[in-house]
Design a protein around this ligand. Sequence first.
Ligand code: NAP
Length: 305
Amino acid sequence: MSVIYERVALIGLGLIAGSMARAMRRGGLAKEIVGTSRSAETRETARDIGFCDRVVDTAEDAVIEADLVVLAVPVGAMGGVARRIGPNLMRSATVTDVGSVKRHVIEQVRPFIPQHVHFIPGHPLAGTEQSGPRSGFASLFENRWCLLIPDEGTDPDALRRLRSLWEAMGANVDEMEADHHDLVLAVTSHAPHLIAYTMVGVADDLKRVTDTEVVNYSAAGFRDFTRIAASDPTMWRDVFLANRGATLEVLGRFTEELFALQRAIRTGDGDRLFDYFKRTRAIRRGIIEAGQDTKAPDFGRVDAV
Ligand code: NAP
């Protein structure tokens, strides 16, 4: 593969930036990767593990002469970072982000991007419950979707170049409008995370379920909730605050369905439960057919797959 960007600046050195750095290195996609993070501790770790070619102390310095700038911080911090880097952005550079919410990020970031710079928001639909500078890995984006959010004014060449970077990192790329993205993600990711957080919280509150029982018998379904509910608290606080409207809309519908199923259980309406579960099982099959998961049984052990 060949070089796509001369100098890539990664602002934020966590799971997503770390995976991008590794994937770009593996493919020789950037001549130089410069990184920075808010805390001295993360910058130090990044230097120790050779996260990128150079780690600098400030975002303002990181973006100098970068032809691609990637904002990889929590969505609530994007606007503040954009404000700081705006004046130092190189003419014709592309700024993108990897935030899990799009409308809010666009509103926060766009005002600080100069006319002579391309701004193309993005969101790789790939992640784990791990975070921090040591958590990234090169194959994170393989066969995962990355959604780019161009608008009428987006430069086609800049878009093509960014798309080719994501494809070279293994992702399938699609384009989407910002509000639609936020609704889709509220259904597929944000509401499920809130439900997992709630379920784990409920189990913790139930004094009848002792700690040992929760831990020992967790493979009965609860374990998957605990994995999701172990996700980074800062990132997820920001996601819910930034995608308030769509998340509340989806949770409203969820609550209605939950009440309907609750009623079916109370009234002994087994047919309703059966039909509902039959429909949801088909969705799982669709995900497997689309190559977004395997059908191997997952007992939570690496060698189970
Ligand atoms: P992460 O591993 O937790 O790393 C976050 C990075 O942002 C760190 O470098 C951290 O700096 C920095 N940061 C935290 N708060 C900040 C603030 N207030 N101001 C400036 N910098 C700050 O996060 P991540 O999982 O890579 O997520 C980064 C972005 O990707 C988020 O917008 C998230 O929504 C999006 N995303 C995440 C996933 C996922 O599954 N994790 C998937 C797709 C997209 P210090 O360590 O120096 O404090």
